[in-house]
Design a protein around this ligand. Structure first.
Ligand SMILES: Cc1cc2nc3c(=O)[nH]c(=O)nc-3n(C[C@H](O)[C@H](O)[C@H](O)COP(=O)(O)OP(=O)(O)OC[C@H]3O[C@@H](n4cnc5c(N)ncnc54)[C@H](O)[C@@H]3O)c2cc1C
Ligand SMILES: Cc1cc2nc3c(=O)[nH]c(=O)nc-3n(C[C@H](O)[C@H](O)[C@H](O)COP(=O)(O)O)c2cc1C
Length: 654
């Protein structure tokens, strides 16, 4: 039997689930020592869904099994990697009931029930595969961030049903329940090349890539069992590059609850010759304080991590963490075996892993339980790793946003082999920021290159249920640490969510940092001197004197465009009753909005916080269509859905 596990992820959770499925399904083989195996019992592969050719679906054999794990993002949208696959499934020429005659499948979705379109993608996928004639081996499984154990809450029960149905109850008893407190083989191999002392010949003579940050990143990606497609090295010709900071300005007052910074970057020496308003800059965060964290990396390596020498088979503490050079290779679930990569262990921890901010997932605790030396710590970790302990683990870890380093500070008896750290600790992930500058405005004299890119960064800070103050890794580093001359490792990518056009009327709704892409839209139109088509922008913030981002820009463009560009502001806290962008749309500006939609065929763009805003804005537009367009609520809802289909309504929320 062949088991193909296809995942679609945006932030990595679906991949974690897929990898767990991969590990556990592989135990169906007699010799479950590797996670990719080709013994008679089962061939198990774990792939990002965009690495699977959907045209193969109709030809899948009945003896095989396809397991899908996919999350829902935005407002019920699929992760980017899912788009091609979904497009294929929606093809009109696929006959219902008979297109996928032999397909046996199961779907597990990851979502959050506080969103209106809860687990929308998994539900749609499951329904569509059945419609096309596929046979679901177990009912749809749903994981919910709101569950007290997180998505694991729904996963354990679903996996039990799946394993019993597919592999039988004996497999479930022996290989899943009976396997607790044991360990699968680690797909990463580490060998010590140098631990202190002078440079070893093997380092000098090896074909190792030069150990630049780019080199370490390349190794990072090749070691991951499957590449997260958003981390690919290239993206429409845009490579990861080092951009120098030109300036970093705080655009909010000291009293503002959330600080926002306008950061300008020098793009002169990159290959990004051009981009479109609406595109995003992907940034790889740095550890906030390189010196302090440098020490912390060494501390973590010296106190909690062990390595094995070629000479013997014993794990031992790292003697010289500063100079430890290792050779790393991966035989993971991906099909390629990567050639070994030689580098300093401390750089791997600093640039490949996120040990100081992100929270590890449950498999980390399972592995650490195995390597705990103190019986009490072992017991606690075994509890965390068991289905009964999932909720406690989730509270301890994710809700409290405990980092790997904080974990090791508390569980001091855990001595984790370096290869396992590389496998189970969270990886450092790039973050996206909407570009807030206009490309045309910053083109060089020959018009061949865009010289400057700006982004608008809001610092993420919050308190956990235990009142611990936490802050977002990338936004804190960018806003609070970056100064002129510093380097940012970044690349431009298409956002996909906000397609800009040089002509046509637009309604732009961007409260908070949602204003960033629309500043780019508006300045681009100004730079091209296109003032013929009307733009109505809604911006929202708390108070005029606190967080009224880009106030002077809006004033200028209103003047230049002689009223064809208009910016409406909603200051939520200036009066007793809160006023948001949706209130402005529904209130004084309803007629104008309807006129733009109905007579000027305006496109509507919404950007900003994903929490509540996009749904409230949609309701407001629906109410405007109903009132001003003389429709009932149902017709108005359909009218907006049609605008979406006609590509006149776009949302990008984060
Ligand atoms: C297409 C796109 C465009 C974007 N554009 C912008 C932009 O223009 N400007 C901008 O500032 N950001 C933008 N973002 C968001 C940005 O990518 C980062 O997610 C954001 O800066 C936080 O990253 P971080 O590393 O600081 O936080 P992280 O270290 O990644 O932590 C963020 C995580 O911490 C948790 N968290 C954060 N706040 C809270 C809270 N209050 N309570 C509980 N938990 C919390 C959440 O789990 C959250 O996922 C955009 C995102 C996307 C996808
Ligand atoms: C910006 C954003 C938007 C989201 N939108 C939805 C949604 O519309 N419906 C839903 O069920 N879950 C939504 N979620 C929750 C995610 O699906 C959930 O966190 C999931 O575990 C993410 O999995 P991934 O890491 O594999 O992408 C959203 C999460 C974020 C951060």
């Amino acid at each position: 039997m062949e088991v193909k596990i296809l995942y679609a992820t945006e932030t990595g959770n679906a991949r974690d689930v897929a990898e767990r499925l991969g590990r556990e399904c592989s135990r169906n083989n007699n010799d479950a020592t590797t996670t990719t195996t080709t013994t008679a019992a089962a061939i198990v592969s774990v792939l990002s869904v965009d690495a699977y050719d959907p045209r193969l679906l109709p030809r899948e054999e009945e003896k095989n099994l396809l397991l899908f794990v996919c999350s829902t993002m935005g407002q019920g949208d699929p992760p980017k990697s899912f788009e091609k696959f979904w497009k294929f499934l929606l093809k009109k020429n696929l006959p219902l009931g008979t297109s996928l005659p032999n397909l046996r499948f199961a779907v597990f979705g990851l979502g959050d029930s506080s969103y209106e379109k809860y687990n929308f993608v998994a539900k749609k996928l499951h329904r569509r595969l059945e419609q096309l004639g596929g046979k679901s081996v177990v009912e749809l499984g749903l994981g919910d961030d709101q569950h007290f154990s997180g998505y694991d809450g729904g996963l354990d029960a679903w996996l039990e049903k799946l394993y019993v149905k597919v592999f039988g109850s004996e497999f479930y008893r022996e290989k899943i329940v009976g396997f607790r407190n044991k360990l699968d083989a680690c797909p990463i191999e580490v060998s010590v090349v140098r631990d202190g002392g002078s440079m070893d010949d093997r380092v000098n003579n090896s074909n190792a890539p030069v150990e630049t940050r780019r080199g370490v990143m390349r190794a990072a990606r090749s070691m991951a069992t499957e590449e997260v497609s958003s981390c690919d090295d290239t993206n429409n010709g845009s490579y990861w590059r080092t951009l120098k900071v030109i300036k970093n300005e705080c655009c909010t007052s000291e009293s503002a609850v959330r600080q926002v910074h306008h950061i300008e970057l020098d793009n002169r020496c990159t290959d990004v010759h051009d981009f479109s308003p609406g595109d995003v800059l992907e940034v790889l965060p740095c550890l906030s304080n390189e010196d302090a964290v440098g020490r912390e990396v060494l501390d973590l390596l010296s106190n909690s991590i062990v390595v094995k020498d070629d000479s013997d088979d014993e794990y031992r503490a790292i003697a010289d963490a500063e100079n430890l050079v290792v050779s790393v290779s991966s035989s993971g679930l991906s099909h390629q075996s990567n050639s070994p990569y030689v580098c300093l262990a401390k750089n791997l921890v600093a640039y490949f892993l996120d040990c100081f901010s992100a929270s590890p997932r449950s498999y980390f605790f399972e592995v650490c339980a195995y390597f705990a030396n103190d019986p009490l710590e072992k017991e606690k970790l075994q509890h965390f790793a068991s289905p009964e302990g999932r909720a406690d683990c989730y509270q301890y870890c994710q809700r409290e946003r405990r980092s790997v380093k904080e974990f090791f500070d508390e569980f001091t008896s855990v001595k984790l082999p370096l290869e396992w750290l590389l496998h189970v600790a969270p990886k450092l992930k790039p973050r996206q920021f909407s570009i807030s500058s206009s490309p045309s405005q910053h083109r060089n004299n020959d018009k061949t290159h865009v010289d400057l890119i700006s982004v608008t960064v809001a610092v993420a800070k919050w308190t956990t249920p235990l009142k611990r103050l936490r802050s977002g890794l990338c936004s804190t580093w960018m806003a609070e640490k970056l100064k002129a001359g510093d380097d940012v490792y970044a690349r431009v990518v298409k956002s996909g969510g906000l397609p800009y056009s040089d002509t046509g009327a637009m309604i732009l709704i961007g409260p908070g940092t949602g204003a960033a892409p629309f500043r780019s839209f508006i300045l681009e139109r100004c730079s091209r001197r296109n003032f013929d088509d009307k733009i109505l922008m809604f911006f929202g913030c708390r108070r005029k004197a606190e967080d009224n981002l880009y106030e002077t820009d809006w004033e200028h463009v209103e003047k230049w465009s002689e009223g064809n560009i208009k910016v409406v502001t909603a200051f939520s806290r200036e009066q007793e009753k809160k006023v948001y962008v949706q209130d402005k749309i529904r209130g004084d500006h309803a007629k104008e909005v309807w006129d733009l939609i109905s007579r000027h065929e305006a496109k509507i763009f919404v950007a900003g916080s994903s929490e509540d805003m996009p749904a409230r804005v949609r309701e407001a537009i629906r109410d405007v269509c109903a009132k001003e367009g003389g429709m009932d609520k149902e017709s108005a809802t359909r009218y907006i859905a049609e605008l979406e289909v006609k590509r006149r309504y776009f949302v990008e929320a984060w």
